[in-house]
Design a protein around this ligand. Structure first.
Ligand SMILES: C[S@@+](CC[C@H](N)C(=O)[O-])C[C@H]1O[C@@H](n2cnc3c(N)ncnc32)[C@H](O)[C@@H]1O
Length: 301
């Protein structure tokens, strides 16, 4: 009798375990299918309106958005902020022009904010009138000229929901930015000012009080790869600004990421840099999991 009961009981347990396993496999398959369909819809419509139907993690993993490097940096900046116990962060775009970058940031911020329970501020720096006059060969006048990329401020301001436009030359606006706006700590910076002179001036942003920064910041540089016409090199443009910043600063560096460069096939892996402030009070805070299983970067697209 006891034998019958115990064999029935074993059968019941096995059946239940099988049920749970099969349910989880089917769930994962359906999620994968959903994400594949959303990716197809996003690519076909060349828009980001479908990303809200999935998780931010899937947006990155499936390379779903119209701005994959921005999405990658934003998502990982939020994750880093959470590990360091920040309750709010700022994201900055240097060079706004038509505002497509800010539109994407606003959309993804809504999703990240909800998922990770974090407040996100967005700032866009721009002259409004478009590119200023190039100063010398370092500003690449063979591909950029005065008045390119003007901004229609009124149209843009009506369309933007939460971004703050910081108007004027970054040479000046970066200097009183912290006093004027008291921003949440900066976690991610997009640099798309095109010129060497504008880019090096935008790096004034790194000389404020440490309370305004995460100890490490995700940085995306738009003009470091180019093509056979732009022929970017280390002695002009954004690349020169980065190397001069690193020469000038002993304890602050802007360095090409190592993780994506070694694991991703996307061309933009060479556009993502990490800013390190080695003397930041939270630079040495331990943020790894003890079993070291969650290694953060899972993106191999
Ligand atoms: C290529 S556009 C930015 C495009 C935008 N990021 C996008 O993804 O649509 C470059 C912008 O940088 C701005 N810019 C260049 N130098 C600047 C400076 N010194 N101060 C402020 N804005 C500047 C120009 O006004 C222009 O709108």
């Amino acid at each position: 009798m006891l034998l019958i009961i115990s064999s029935d009981f074993c059968f019941f347990i096995i059946l239940n375990v099988l049920y749970i396993k099969i349910k989880s496999i089917i769930c994962k398959m359906l999620q994968k299918l959903r994400n594949k369909i959303l990716k197809k819809l996003s690519k076909k419509s060349n828009s980001d309106r479908f990303i809200k139907y999935t998780t931010s993690e899937a947006v990155i993993k499936f390379n779903m958005s119209t701005r994959p490097p921005h999405a990658y940096c934003f998502y990982n900046a939020v994750k880093l902020a959470k590990r360091l116990n920040y309750k709010s962060i700022s994201v900055i775009e240097f060079g706004v022009a038509g505002g497509n970058g800010l539109f994407f940031l606003e959309l993804f911020a809504e999703q990240l904010s909800k998922e990770f329970n974090i407040d996100i501020e967005i700032y866009g720096f721009d002259l409004i009138s478009g590119l200023p006059s190039p100063q010398d060969y370092r500003d690449l006048p063979y591909i950029f000229k005065k008045d390119l990329f003007p901004m229609n401020k009124d149209v843009l301001k009506n369309k933007l929901k939460k971004s703050i436009i910081v108007e004027g030359d970054v040479k000046n606006t970066t200097k009183d930015f912290f006093e004027k706006y008291n921003p949440a700590p900066i976690a991610f910076i997009i640099n798309d000012l095109d010129y060497y002179s504008s880019t090096i001036n935008s790096f004034n942003i790194f000389y404020g009080d440490s309370k305004f920064y995460l100890p490490r910041i995700f940085c995306y540089f738009d003009d470091v790869l180019g093509d056979e016409i732009s022929m970017y090199c280390d002695y002009s443009g954004e690349l020169l600004a980065i190397s001069e910043f690193n020469e000038t600063n002993k304890n602050k560096k802007i360095l090409l990421n190592k993780n994506l460069v070694s694991s991703s096939k996307n061309h933009w892996r060479y556009q993502i840099y990490y800013y390190h402030d080695f003397l930041h009070p939270k630079y040495n805070d331990y943020i790894e999991t003890d079993n070291q299983e969650d290694k953060g970067t899972f993106f191999h697209g």
